[in-house]
Structures are given as structure tokens and as C-alpha cells.
Design a protein around this ligand. Structure first.
Ligand SMILES: [Zn+2]
Length: 457
């Protein structure tokens, strides 16, 4: 059994939907036994960054709450937090209701919501209090995408102040929009529209500048800050400096930034479009820095930013012949099913410890977003979300072996060592040997408690 603290030999007794007891020789003679000999028994993984069933222009992310959470279960993830979004002109409660309707009766594992705020029409305190009452204790704001999502620094400061006062967490998408906007216009004016110019238009310096600004705002308001999908060494350095100063700053990275690089954009075919995401993939040397950030704890979480678009959606873009113009390619990659095994590869190599793997993928995400101790740990009283992970299983990450509703795999050249053999969600099997045995609607919505006030992470 692997926790965020240790590896030990133990039996886990599940009664109903919860963990009852843990230890050597616990359990009764007539209990049903799931033999985990030779396997690692870990808490169900928690993915705090997904975009299911989300419209982006004419496209829509390919996984809805049924297919997306089914794929999550097959890969060992038993809790997801998706981004409910209140678009401009829409009250937060309405955005939240829309996302509840998307997920209800469909999700096969438990799920919660963050609230994405795209404008502030009333008082930030009222908004944060209303959402806290509705079980939503984290907010997402964007420092780019001026057309639909970006908010001003003034709005970020107001939401941070209110969130800090109510024990809520503020997540930020950090890319400096002035840099992005000016590079984008320059590229387009020069006729440089292929996917590789997407990466050029969003350089690591734009991310690092925004991270620095975000940290300054968090310091000014005293609010905890969570930086999503950190992709570059420069941005990582800003987080390291802030944490050394004792600021409550957290950051996640994603498997695409750990495994894939900007070389993918050099493909002259439409395949390059499949790798368009923001922040973009970076030069290969950043990967080593990010892994080291995870090892040292400068990065606390691996989440996925799961936002898949089919090959034809990527090709068509938002307007038709889209992929030749990087500004028209829907951004995002699939990843909800492959995260746990991809991060495990560094445990197999001896770079990360097994407890670090559990900590970054299961325990800390649950703690940061108000789900601990119900989720993210195997302890008496916790939900019986259990993964029996077989380190000897080998799996090629090709489309045919995965369940995400998408016709390509960004990791088709990767064969992983280790895959979940059995996955339980609240005591019930939802995946077995990488195949789904889940029931639509089994997943429950999670009313989350305060985030943010987390010591020692
Ligand atoms: Zn995202």
C-alpha cells in the first residue's frame, strides 16, 4: 500500500462505500478478497483540471462526462474537478447549473466543479460566498483569451481578496496577453500561420511574466494562488522564488509538458495541429526541469487539462481549413486516462518515489481543493476509491487501447510499464484490466469544503 508518506504491506478493508480499516490481518474470514499480491494499492487518483463537453467556437471537447469519466476510471482516476464556466453576461449560478446538467446521471466517477469567472458584475464577496454555499470553493481566471475569458488584474485582485477571506482558492491561467497579442499580430501580418507559429506567439517569457504578476497579486491580497498547467522552466523559477519567500503559491504541470515538446509543431502535415494547446509545448530541455520541480516539491500537482478535440475538429479548426492558421485551431489535448501511468514511469526509473507519485496525483490535489480526507488518501472513513496498480502490466498508449473519445493519441509511441488492474469508486469496481465496468451515473457530485488554507504543502 502506497500513501503520500510511505510504502507498507497492509490489507485494506472496505465496508460499503468507505474504507473501514487498514493493517495486517484485518478483515473477516468470509470477506470477499481482491488479491493485490505484487501490485501497488493506492488511493484513486484526483484530476483537478478537466474540460468535459465544452464548446470552443464551432467545436466541442470530444469527451462528455460519460466518456471522459469512464476513460478516467480505466486509467485509475476516480475524482475529477471540471471547470464550470459563467460566460460574460451569465450569472455564476447559471453557469454552474449548466455544468450540473452536463454531468448529472452520466459521470461514472465522482466529480466537482471549479467556477470560471469571465467578468465581475457585482460584489466579489457575494460571488465567493454564494459559490461556497453551492459547494464550489475554487475559482479560475484567465490572463489571456481577451475575446471570451480574460479578466483585468483589477478583477483578479478583487476575486483574490474575497477568496482569501472565504477559504477559497484562485487558479490562474498565466500567459501575458500583451506579449501574446503582439506576437500573434506580427506572425499573421508576415503570413506565418502554420502551427509552429502558435508556439512562437506564446513564449516562456509570456508565461513567466504572468506568473510573476499573479504571485505579486497573491502577495498583495494574502490569498492562496494555484497556477494551472505550468509549462516552462522560466515560470517554474518564479514559483520557486515565491515559495522560498514563504508565499502560499501552488502550481500544477501536465503530462503533455513532461512528455511532449515543440518539435511536434515542425510536422508539416495537419498532425501538428493536434498538439496545439496553451501554453504551447516547449523545447525538450524544459521537461527535465519540470520533472525536477515535481521531485523537489516546487510543483505540487500533476493534472491533465484534458480538453480533447478529434483529428477532424483539429483539421477543420474553428472555420473550415483551419489547421493552416494557428489562431483557428481549437486548443487542447487528451490526457485524463494516461496521467497516472505516465507519471509512474519516473517511479519505475527511480527518479520519483512511489509516495511522491501518490502525493502529486492523488493526495495533494484532494487537499488543495477541499476534498481531503474523503478523497486522495486510504484511511478509515475515506471513500473506498482504490486503485490496484500492476507495475508489471505493459500498455502501449495507442488509440485502440484507450477509451477517450478521440481518434488519435499524443503518446502513440509510448509503451508504459504499469497500469491499473482494478479500480474501485466508493467500493464498487469501475474498471478492470483497463476495461470499463462502470455504470453511467454512479459518479456523485462533490460538495467541496474550503480550499486553500492548507499548511505544509
Ligand atoms: Zn484548462
Amino acid at each position: 500500500m502506497v500513501s503520500a508518506a510511505e510504502v507498507r504491506r497492509a490489507d485494506v478493508v472496505v465496508v460499503g462505500d468507505q474504507i473501514d480499516s487498514i493493517g495486517a490481518g484485518v478483515g473477516a474470514p468470509d470477506d470477499e478478497v481482491l488479491d493485490a499480491t505484487g501490485c501497488l494499492v493506492i488511493p484513486g487518483a484526483v484530476d483537478v483540471h478537466t474540460h468535459m463537453d465544452m464548446e470552443v467556437g464551432a467545436a466541442r471537447s470530444a469527451d462528455d462526462f460519460l466518456s471522459g469519466t469512464l476513460a478516467a476510471a480505466c486509467g485509475g482516476t476516480t475524482t475529477v474537478i471540471d471547470f464550470a464556466t459563467a460566460y460574460r453576461g451569465e450569472p455564476a449560478a447559471q453557469g454552474l447549473a449548466t455544468w450540473h446538467a452536463k454531468a448529472r446521471g452520466r459521470a461514472v466517477v465522482d466529480y466537482g466543479f471549479h467556477m470560471t469567472v469571465t467578468e465581475l458584475t457585482g460584489d466579489a464577496d457575494d460571488l465567493v460566498a454564494e459559490m461556497a454555499e453551492s459547494g464550489v470553493s475554487s475559482f479560475k481566471l484567465y490572463m489571456t483569451y481577451p475575446d471570451r475569458l480574460m479578466v483585468t488584474d483589477e478583477v483578479i485582485l478583487e476575486v483574490m481578496r474575497a477568496a482569501g477571506a472565504h477559504g477559497a482558492m484562485v487558479s490562474l491561467h498565466c500567459e501575458d496577453d500583451s506579449t501574446v497579442a503582439s506576437r500573434r499580430s506580427a506572425a499573421l501580418a508576415a503570413g506565418r500561420t502554420e502551427p509552429r507559429w502558435h508556439a512562437w506567439s506564446r513564449p516562456p517569457s509570456a508565461e513567466a511574466d504572468a506568473v510573476k504578476r499573479a504571485i505579486r497579486m497573491a502577495e498583495e491580497t494574502g490569498a492562496p494562488l494555484y497556477i494551472v498547467h505550468l509549462s516552462s522552466a522560466e515560470a517554474l523559477q518564479q514559483v520557486r522564488l515565491a515559495r522560498e519567500r514563504g508565499l502560499t503559491v501552488f502550481a500544477e504541470t501536465c503530462p503533455q509538458y513532461l512528455y511532449l515538446s515543440a518539435e511536434r509543431y515542425e510536422d508539416i502535415s495537419e498532425r501538428a495541429a493536434r498538439f496545439v494547446c496553451a501554453p504551447p509545448l516547449r523545447d525538450p530541455w524544459h521537461q527535465e526541469e519540470l520533472w525536477e520541480g515535481l521531485r523537489s516539491g516546487t510543483l505540487q500537482v500533476v493534472a491533465t487539462d484534458h480538453c480533447p478535440f478529434t483529428a477532424s475538429d483539429k483539421r477543420a479548426g474553428l472555420t473550415g481549413e483551419g489547421w493552416r492558421d494557428f489562431t483557428q485551431i481549437p486548443g487542447g489535448l487528451p490526457g485524463i486516462e494516461t496521467r497516472l501511468a505516465l507519471v509512474y514511469q519516473k517511479v519505475a526509473e527511480g527518479m520519483l518515489s512511489a509516495p511522491q507519485w501518490v502525493d502529486r496525483c492523488c493526495t495533494t490535489p484532494a487537499k488543495l481543493f477541499g476534498l481531503h480526507p474523503r478523497k486522495g488518501v486510504l484511511e478509515p472513513g475515506s471513500d473506498a476509491d482504490v486503485v490496484v496498480f500492476d507495475p508489471r502490466a505493459r500498455r502501449p498508449l495507442i488509440t485502440e487501447s484507450l477509451h477517450m473519445k478521440i481518434d488519435y493519441s499524443p503518446y502513440e509511441d509510448v509503451v508504459v510499464d504499469g497500469w491499473p488492474r482494478t479500480v474501485l469508486s466508493r467500493g464498487r469496481p469501475v474498471a478492470s484490466d483497463g476495461q470499463s465496468v462502470a455504470a453511467p451515473g454512479w459518479g456523485e457530485w462533490l460538495h467541496r469544503g474550503p480550499s486553500g488554507s492548507v499548511a505544509g504543502i
